[in-house]
Design a protein around this ligand. Sequence first.
Ligand SMILES: Nc1ncnc2c1ncn2[C@@H]1O[C@H](COP(=O)(O)OP(=O)(O)OP(=O)(O)O)[C@@H](O)[C@H]1O
Ligand SMILES: [Mg+2]
Length: 242
Amino acid sequence: MTKTQPVIEVQHVCKTYFMEGGNSQSVLKDINFSVNSGEFVAIMGPSGSGKSTLMNILGCLDKPTSGTYILNGQDVSTKDDIALAKIRGQTIGFVFQNFNLMMKRTIADNVSLPLVYQNINERTRYKRAIEMLNRVNLKGYQSRLPSQISGGMQQRVAIARALINNPAIIFADEPTGNLDSKTSDEIMELFTTLNKQGITIVLVTHEDDVADYATRMIKISDGHKVYDGLRKEYSKEKDKPC
Ligand SMILES: Nc1ncnc2c1ncn2[C@@H]1O[C@H](COP(=O)(O)OP(=O)(O)OP(=O)(O)O)[C@@H](O)[C@H]1O
Ligand SMILES: [Mg+2]
């Protein structure tokens, strides 16, 4: 795939949550953008503005109420849960704020978990896990439990797990939210290295220092996209529905 092809196309995406008792909340309102292969995008915006809702749609963990989401040229907005799980396994790596590791399983088991669902044998899974741990600078840690390593290392394990299917895109929802600033920088440097290796990165952050690692910034406010452009050209005065 060339650098200029869109891997993500979001067209008129809206998301409404319907609650018990007939209440509903419109959270994403006519969101439009595309992301080319190889981009590094930071999604920002106030708490409750809809960032995680958008990320969950982008990461095929949820579907839009209306509008179209095209991932790698495929319309995924109407796929069922089984099809979405398959697409997630083939194309996407997802990294969460709280790492989402299995605390009673070894680091190697955590990293190789996505391969279990593909019926890949244990020996191959272990070999692939070791390769991914090398890639995130955690050589030799495969037999430890998550509780025996630091928070930053746990996030590296989560990134290794996200990498194991060789994804074209990594989505990360506040991946540094639970880390101190030095460890955050290390994690962001790792994302930068992966981006230079050709992986498209889309991450949510509240922190300006973290967003500065991205080249492009998309800002969401009250469900509307209010900025979409170069991160270094962003200034608050430019916020307006776009
Ligand atoms: N599953 C859900 N059901 C109902 N409402 C939801 C659901 N998930 C999120 N919301 C609501 O949608 C709005 C946007 O939530 P979202 O989690 O996307 O915000 P956010 O920008 O990620 O916030 P934060 O920065 O605090 O993580 C909030 O008002 C939230 O309460
Ligand atoms: Mg959120």
